[in-house]
Design a protein around this ligand. Structure first.
Ligand code: GLP
Length: 243
């Protein structure tokens, strides 16, 4: 794993945006894997700025998001579809038919998972995957205990994850109990991975990722076995590691 340690959240976001812009400029039909959460918000703003300044075009890019809640419609402001439209897709020239998220509002969840995995394969796999990390080490919505062999699947969200994400909802009761997520196997097949981690709250999490053995109890630990991972951390998140 390569580490880029920067002063603060803004620098982390800039550093990630530079990597993504460079990749898309080198390979205009790049397949991107995208993430939600509060960590990449500034990163998306910077990508929009780069697009508006004509430094990058997303016309030929295809994207696949990591995850989506089950049971809420793409129009619902709490959905990850809505998040991506608001924070990125509505502001760049990525054609909507090339921007994919798992379909969480369907009676055919199993088929939706299989179709999603197939679409990723048909696109040639993910070239560059963006990841955030949950406090319990989850990536996408792969909670502790998820098998490393899982492809896109339906998960029961851990109570701690529902609590952490309740800040985006009116109350914890509204936070869905299930989600669809790319599996660890799907994520590990990405050719390159960039993980963003920011803030003191995540310092223990980064410490565990770096020092603990690879284990399904801490899903992100698998990244130690990927050949091309860059972790971009701000000083606060990196305060417990020696890098
Ligand atoms: C959510 C998402 C993850 C994200 C994580 C961290 O549960 N499913 O993809 O990385 O939480 O979120 P945040 O960046 O808000 O800390």
């Amino acid at each position: 794993m390569d580490f880029i340690i920067v002063d603060n959240y803004e620098e982390m976001s800039k550093s990630a945006a530079a990597i993504f812009v460079e990749n898309v400029n080198k390979k205009p039909d790049t397949v991107l894997g995208l993430a939600t959460g509060s960590t990449p918000e500034r990163f998306y703003e910077l990508l929009i700025n780069e697009y508006k300044e004509n430094n990058v075009s997303f016309e030929n890019v295809t994207s696949f998001n990591l995850d989506e809640y089950v049971g809420i419609s793409p129009k619902n402001s709490q959905s990850y579809h809505y998040y991506m439209n608001e924070k990125l897709f509505n502001h760049i020239n990525l054609p909507s038919e090339q921007a994919h998220l798992p379909e969480g509002k369907t009676d055919h969840l199993q088929e939706a998972c299989e179709e999603y995995e197939q679409k990723i394969n048909t696109a040639g796999g993910i070239d560059l995957q963006l990841l955030g990390i949950g406090l319990n080490g989850h990536i996408g919505f792969n909670e502790p205990g998820t098998s490393f062999d899982q492809e896109t699947h339906v998960v029961d969200l851990a109570p701690s994850t529902r609590e952490a994400n309740a800040r985006f909802f009116d109350s914890i009761d509204e936070v869905p109990t299930k989600a669809i997520t790319m599996g660890i196997k799907t994520i590990m097949q990405s050719k390159q991975i960039v993980l963003l981690i920011s803030g003191e709250k995540k310092a223990d999490c980064l410490y565990q990722l770096v020092n603990d053995p690879v284990s399904e109890d801490f899903p992100a630990s698998i990244l130690n076995q990927h050949p091309n991972v860059t972790i971009i951390a701000d000083k606060a998140a990196a305060s417990k590691i020696n890098k």
